[in-house]
Design a protein around this ligand. Sequence first.
Ligand code: MRU
Length: 362
Amino acid sequence: MSIVNFSTRQRRSFFLPSSPPGAVAAVEWRPCELRFLDQTRLPAEVAFVAARSYREVADAIRRLAVRGAPLIGIAAAYALALAAHDPGADLRAAADELIATRPTAVNLRWAVERCLRVAGEPRVRAEARAGIVEREAVAIHEEQIAADRRMGELGAALIPAGATVLTHCNTGALATGGIGTALGVIKTAHRQGKGIDVLVDETRPLLQGARLTAWELGREGIPYRVIVDAAAAGLIARGDVQAVVVGADRIAANGDVANKVGTYGLALAAAAHGVPFYVVAPDSTVDLDTADGAAIPIERRDADEVLAFGGAHTAVAGTGALNPAFDLTPARYVTAIVTERAVLRPPFVAALSSSARQAVLR
Ligand code: MRU
């Protein structure tokens, strides 16, 4: 893996799907190489890294250099294309390794299985396999960019003019490769001149809100302030927030939502004080094979992420920590789910399955 600094001109000629104007390209594909922005270094440093094997991409996903549910799906699809270029590679083994990197975001499994399916079709000759997987990965990437645009339009219609919107984690270009999901709604409402401002949960322990969302909003000139996660409920109770807008890592068939730890608390506070709680996620985040939230695997990460920051210990040596990366918000606290297809309202069992049926008929 090598760090590369390449000019905008070079970047444009290598990048196949066209990234939305102004949005950072979190991943860029060029034949036999996936270049990604190392998000662990933001906001201090904007460094692109070139991965030339699927294992390097798997490692980047594991350590959150590439993160966000849709983006890890896209990166894993490109990683499978890298594996397919190796004539000796076992694609199923590579796929399993990629899927195991992060268990909660279903987009990862969805994208990898989709690429594996096209690679395994009987008509595919061995020498054509890599090109076919590569084209499928590019299609997944392009579809996400288009889905983000549509979710942005549908979701922005829900945001009142002059609203203060609270969001959690990072759901922008850094998480999807497009304009983002929840952050795409915020960007679209801003571009429509709604005069909104944004409260950004810092998102302990890895600060995706303070480090990444603030960076993205600043680049786009959208007014925002960062709050500590613990301030959110009090601000919602005071009437300082008109809408909570978040993304998702997996939505079960009944509408239960797995998202970055801290989301459930926001949903409870929003419900208690009559503030709408919107979840914005593409179809690829909906998992109709998982009946409800209880069946969604919740990733547990290293205790060090909680007990240290920037290499310095924040708790006394020997302290233990529990570090679930996600939590579950029951469907009853969700006002609406915005996908690229529609704004879905409860009861979500019916809304999600009929939306999936339309997707198949398309
Ligand atoms: O651990 P992360 O940073 O990958 O978690 C990301 C989130 O929880 C996002 O809210 C979710 O993936 C939706 S991204 C559009």
